[in-house]
Design a protein around this ligand. Structure first.
Ligand code: PLP
Length: 453
């Protein structure tokens, strides 16, 4: 159990490692299921699956054994020298989960690489089919699509992009469909259409012939706090892309591989993306793994005109792909997608109940086990909490000291507001959700006292 007398906040000696900030955390010792232990024996509930990664939970025996067997056989063979069976098998199985026609898989080692691959592939496809003038990629703010300069250029998150703007091509952005914040008389579905129509306006303003693609997360990740658009949004976006010959890229790095209660977040709607980026839950923390999925009709012209001029050394290595295959085995054997859907409903219900006790929770949203709650100062105006209160960081720190890991953001670069995500591994049980919610309730009570909410 988590023992408060052994503080989680680290007082360790200076380290030669450096991370993104000065925040220090304890050394991790081991992990099992939805739990992690630090070196002092403190137990933590992994209420965010790391960064929404460890979808099948920690210490899965089947994945570990499969990886060990693969390590005994061969861990790396360069793709220009050999193909490998785990990659073949995984690509075939992934294609089986994809929308019709999305039958080609390009492996990478992470989410940024998956997004970067989609952007570059889209461009090469356009060139291959004689549309050289198309290069602009429209995206949304807030959004997060990765840390490499290409993925960052389509990211709508000022704190992360500002230092690098001189080094990046400026790409057009439209607002994410934050319909829950709008206080006018339109219905949700009308809001959905209005947000989608911002895409058409931007395509026209940029010059339709120059626009290559639109990239979006069908169910938002950390930047928007699991944002789900009204249903009307998704089909209207597809219609607009079709009307102007703009490719639709779905970033399913966080929402994909079952977390939302369907294999893809986009499976909830009829959106027919042209390219899909996957990662995170694909390797489930056992191995760095990601993929771009594309249809043959787009791959063929690129291969016929000299091939895709892009790739990564570790891409599709046998060990990562064996891990990915074993992760899929477990998702199927334990019906984890069904469990994500069912437990997502339980957790959502509990979060809504908490919002009744703590009226500074203004919105609960998401799909399956990709769920978030947003703090507001006022339920009517939905005004955010003052920035100086630092609520997004405090909620994480208070929960951490109580042995619960959650994820949060105060998104900048668009809508300012504090939200936290609760996204436990897809193996979570009803009883474990009870444990999570109990700690969350204590956390919110302490937060309310501390910030006088
Ligand atoms: N796209 C989305 C939606 C993400 O949530 C992330 C990471 O959080 C990325 C891309 C980048 O993935 P990675 O950190 O694996 O490069």
């Amino acid at each position: 159990m988590h023992s408060p007398e052994k503080p989680a906040t680290s007082t360790r000696a200076p380290s030669h490692l450096f991370y993104q900030s000065r925040l220090r955390r304890p050394l991790v010792d081991r992990a099992e299921g939805i739990y992690l232990w630090d070196q002092n024996g403190n137990r933590f509930i992994d209420g965010s699956s790391g960064a929404m990664v460890v979808n099948i939970g920690h210490g899965n025996r089947h994945v570990i054994d499969t990886m060990k067997e693969q390590m005994d056989r061969v861990t790396f063979a360069y793709r220009l020298h050999f193909e490998n069976q785990p990659a073949e098998d995984l690509a075939r199985r992934i294609a089986g989960y994809m929308p019709d026609g999305m039958d080609k898989v390009f492996f990478v080692s992470g989410g940024s690489e998956a997004v970067e691959s989609c952007l570059k592939f889209a461009r090469q496809y356009a060139v291959a089919v004689g549309q050289k003038q198309r290069w602009k990629i429209i995206s949304r703010f807030p959004s997060y699509h990765g840390g490499t300069l290409g993925a960052l250029a389509v990211t709508g998150y000022a704190a992360l992009t500002d230092p690098f703007t001189p080094m990046m091509k400026d790409m057009p952005k439209i607002p994410a469909p934050t319909a829950y914040l709008d206080r006018d008389n339109l219905s949700m579905e009308e809001h959905g259409l209005r947000y989608a129509d911002r895409l058409e306006e931007t395509i026209l303003a940029e010059g339709a012939e120059s626009v290559l693609a639109f990239i979006m997360e069908p169910v938002g990740g950390a930047s928007t706090g699991a944002l789900v658009a009204p249903d009307s949004y998704y089909s209207r976006i597809r219609e607009i892309c079709d009307r102007y010959g703009v490719l639709l890229i779905h970033d399913e790095v966080m929402s994909g591989v079952g977390r939302t209660g369907k294999f893809l977040g986009g499976d909830y709607w009829n959106c027919r993306p042209d390219l899909i980026a996957l990662s995170k839950g694909f390797g489930s923390g056992y191995s760095p793994l990601g993929a771009m999925v594309a249809p043959s009709r787009m791959v063929q012209p690129v291969l016929d005109t000299g091939g895709f001029q892009h790739g990564y050394t570790y891409a599709g290595n046998p060990l990562a792909c064996a891990a990915g295959g074993a992760v899929l085995d477990e998702i199927e054997r334990l019906d984890l997608i069904g469990n994500a859907e069912a437990m997502g409903e339980v957790l959502r219900y509990e979060l809504v109940e908490l919002s009744k006790r703590f009226p500074f929770i203004g919105d609960v949203r998401g799909k399956g086990l990709l769920l978030a709650a947003e703090f507001v100062e006022d339920l009517v105006t939905m005004k955010p909490l003052p920035k100086e209160q630092n609520a997004f960081q405090r909620v994480v720190d208070i929960a951490y000291d109580k042995g619960l890991i959650i994820y949060s953001r105060r998104t900048r670069g668009g809508v300012e507001g504090d939200h936290f995500l609760v996204c436990p591994p897809m193996i979570v049980t009803r009883q474990q959700i009870g444990e999570i919610v109990a700690i969350l309730a204590d956390t919110l009570r302490d937060l309310a006292n501390e910030l006088d909410l």
